[in-house]
Design a protein around this ligand. Structure first.
Ligand SMILES: C[S@@+](CC[C@H](N)C(=O)[O-])C[C@H]1O[C@@H](n2cnc3c(N)ncnc32)[C@H](O)[C@@H]1O
Length: 184
């Protein structure tokens, strides 16, 4: 793995214990999650599986706050998952967000209708296969795709299929979120 995802993951662990640092770090992603909520039409009837929640689970927190949906937030790093659970408790959102230590490549049993996969999550092709096996027909999957200058630092997704839709994201390391949908 490139050094950038490792630095980001370490930085999240440091900032997760400070409310101020977590807030400053998370703030630029609010618009990203708003774009993804629109992209997949996420609402309070949805249950979102967030793969790669990190120690500061801003995707899960914004989803629960902005779309009022239920979220499973998982990370394969047990330390990151432990920090994420503390952040969820501090935000008082444990009734909406369940944090799990798990690998997104492993088929996920509980029912979900949408998945949002972190930029750093890997390998994306294997994650997509696992999602396709377990999700119900019509489920939506969002992947954040690295921008050109950072494409060698992150795993990308090459499916041979065009995404159903995509949205521009004004971030340095990723510039779009793409939407796939399991056939009905
Ligand atoms: C640094 S975080 C960024 C996510 C961010 N906090 C969010 O809310 O979107 C990316 C995380 O993805 C996790 N990760 C990478 N591959 C994964 C996989 N296959 N399954 C679950 N988590 C994964 C890493 O352990 C890392 O903590």
């Amino acid at each position: 793995m490139s050094w950038i995802p490792r630095i980001v993951a370490a930085w999240e662990k440091v900032s997760s214990s400070s409310k101020l640092l977590s807030r400053i770090y998370s703030r630029p992603y609010k618009g990203v999650i708003e774009n993804e909520i629109r992209l997949a039409g996420i609402n309070s009837n949805d249950t979102v599986l967030n793969i790669g929640c990190g120690a500061v689970p801003f995707t899960a927190l914004y989803l629960a706050q902005l779309a009022d949906c239920m979220v499973y937030a998982l990370d394969l790093d047990p330390v990151a998952a432990g920090h994420a659970l503390k952040c969820v408790r501090k935000a008082g959102l444990e009734d909406r967000i369940t944090v799990l230590h798990a690998d997104g490549c492993i088929e996920f049993e509980p029912h979900f209708t949408v998945s949002i996969v972190a930029l750093q999550a890997a390998p994306k092709a294997k994650i997509l296969r696992a999602l396709n096996k377990t999700a119900s027909p019509g489920s939506r999957f969002i992947f954040r795709m690295p921008s050109l200058p950072y494409k060698n630092h992150y795993d990308s997704l090459h499916t041979g299929h065009l995404p159903r839709a995509e949205t521009y994201q004004p971030m340095r390391t990723f510039d779009r979120s793409v939407l796939y949908q399991k056939a009905v």
